[in-house]
Design a protein around this ligand. Sequence first.
Ligand code: IMP
Ligand code: MG
Length: 173
Amino acid sequence: MRERVTPLLSEAQIRTRVQELGMQLSREYAGKDLVVVGLLNGVFPFFADLVRAMELDFDVSFMQVASYGGGMESTGEVHILKDLDRSIQGRHALVVEDIVDTGLTLFKVSNLLKDREPLSLKICTLLDKPSRRKVEVPVDFIGFTIEDHFVVGYGLDLDGKLRNLPYVGVYQP
Ligand code: IMP
Ligand code: MG
């Protein structure tokens, strides 16, 4: 599979950008009671690097939703497979995602989390594909804005595979 991947963002590019985001988030949330929410599975490498670049004290918690039935197209349906293990009520919540594509996943996840009355709810994504958006979602922190390519690596998968590539590349079927 990996022989069909053309590199798009190198490990060094990702590392530099993640450090910048970490510093930006450290300023944004200084002195605040924060829960950083990771959306599994795709977020795991980005999440691990990002939280270590944040020089603050905060809680982490994970949520898993399924938006893809497999393959390369969003179904528009979101099921909760795993919910947060702590409350975000009256606290600042930062949702971290690997990629915002149609926006359907984050649209549903943010509505669901807003009902739990956090003090604030912001979104940080490694990648943004704005040309594919079907619903408007405010994305507050963006690593890289990319063209309409199907990308894999650094957490992003094709049918569960290729998440372990240390860089992001375009998959050519
Ligand atoms: P959305 O609901 O269409 O915004 O899609 C969000 C989810 O779709 C992401 O969390 C990814 O799991 C998946 N996804 C969207 N685009 C890509 C891609 O280019 N490569 C791999 N997964 C993707
Ligand atoms: Mg995902």
